[in-house]
Design a protein around this ligand. Structure first.
Ligand SMILES: N[C@@H](CCC(=O)N[C@@H](CS)C(=O)NCC(=O)O)C(=O)O
Length: 213
C-alpha cells in the first residue's frame, strides 16, 4: 500500500490525496507533525515539504506534479483526456502558480493561527517571513479584502465556466479540477468562511469534486 505524507492545509497534498482516491489506489495518509519532520527527513533524505508519496515497493516520490504524473501513468484513468493534455496540464500549472500565489496569502493567517503550539506558529511564520519579509502574514491578514478582490478577478473566467458546466473542461472531471480542489481545500482549512466569500459556484465545485466516487 502507498503512503501519502501530507499537511492538512497543503493544496498540493490535498490534490494528490483526491487523485489517489479517484484512482482507487489503496493508500494510507500520514499527517506530518508541522513542528517535527524528523521521520519525513529520514524517509526522503532531507526533503521536508509535502506531499511525499512513499510507494508500496519503497520508492519515495516528492513534488506533487511528479507524483501526479506517475500515478496517472500507473493507473488507467480519464483525468487527462486525449487531445486535452496540453490544456489540462497548463491549467493545472496556472492554478498552482498564478492562482496559488494569491490564495496562499489569503489562507496564511488562518493556517498560522490554527497550529496548536507556539513553536509551530513561530516556525510557519519564520518560513514565510524568510521568503516574503517581516510581518508578511499580518500584512496579508490586513489586506484580506484586497486579496479577495484579486482572487475573485483572477478566478472570474473559471467561475463563469463552472456556472455553465460541472467541471473545468466539461462534463467530466480532469486533473484541472483536482488542482482547483486543492486550492479550495487550503482555503477551507484556513477559515471555514473564506470559501463562501467567493462565488457560491466555487463552493459547489469543491463539494462536487470532494464527492466524486
Ligand atoms: N512544488 C511543491 C510544493 C510543496 C510545498 O510548498 N509544500 C508546502 C505546503 S503547501 C510545505 O510543505 N510547506 C512546509 C513549510 O511550510 O515548512 C509540490 O508541488 O509538491
Amino acid at each position: 500500500m502507498h503512503t501519502l505524507h501530507r499537511l492538512h492545509y497543503s493544496p498540493y497534498a490535498r490534490k494528490v490525496q483526491r487523485l489517489l482516491e479517484l484512482l482507487h489506489v489503496p493508500h494510507r495518509v500520514v499527517e506530518v507533525p508541522y513542528g517535527n519532520r524528523e521521520a519525513l527527513a529520514q524517509l526522503t533524505g532531507g526533503y521536508v515539504y509535502v506531499p511525499v508519496l512513499e510507494m508500496e515497493g519503497g520508492e519515495v516520490i516528492v513534488e506533487s506534479r511528479t507524483i501526479c504524473e506517475r500515478l496517472l501513468v500507473d493507473h488507467p484513468n480519464t483525468l487527462v483526456p486525449t487531445g486535452l493534455e496540453g490544456a489540462v496540464w497548463a491549467y493545472h500549472d496556472y492554478v498552482e502558480g498564478t492562482v496559488e500565489d494569491v490564495l496562499f496569502r489569503l489562507a496564511s493567517p488562518g493556517v498560522r493561527d490554527g497550529w496548536p503550539t507556539a513553536w509551530e506558529r513561530a516556525l510557519y511564520t519564520l518560513v514565510k517571513e524568510r521568503k516574503f519579509g517581516a510581518g508578511c502574514i499580518d500584512a496579508w491578514g490586513a489586506a484580506r479584502g484586497e486579496l479577495l478582490a484579486r482572487a475573485r478577478a483572477l478566478l472570474a473566467p473559471t467561475v463563469r465556466t463552472l456556472s455553465n458546466q460541472p467541471f473545468v473542461f466539461g462534463e467530466q472531471p480532469t486533473l484541472a479540477d483536482l488542482a482547483l480542489y486543492g486550492q479550495w481545500a487550503m482555503l477551507e482549512a484556513s477559515d471555514a468562511s473564506l470559501l463562501g466569500e467567493f462565488d457560491p459556484t466555487v463552493v459547489t465545485h469543491f463539494r462536487r469534486v470532494a464527492e466524486l466516487p
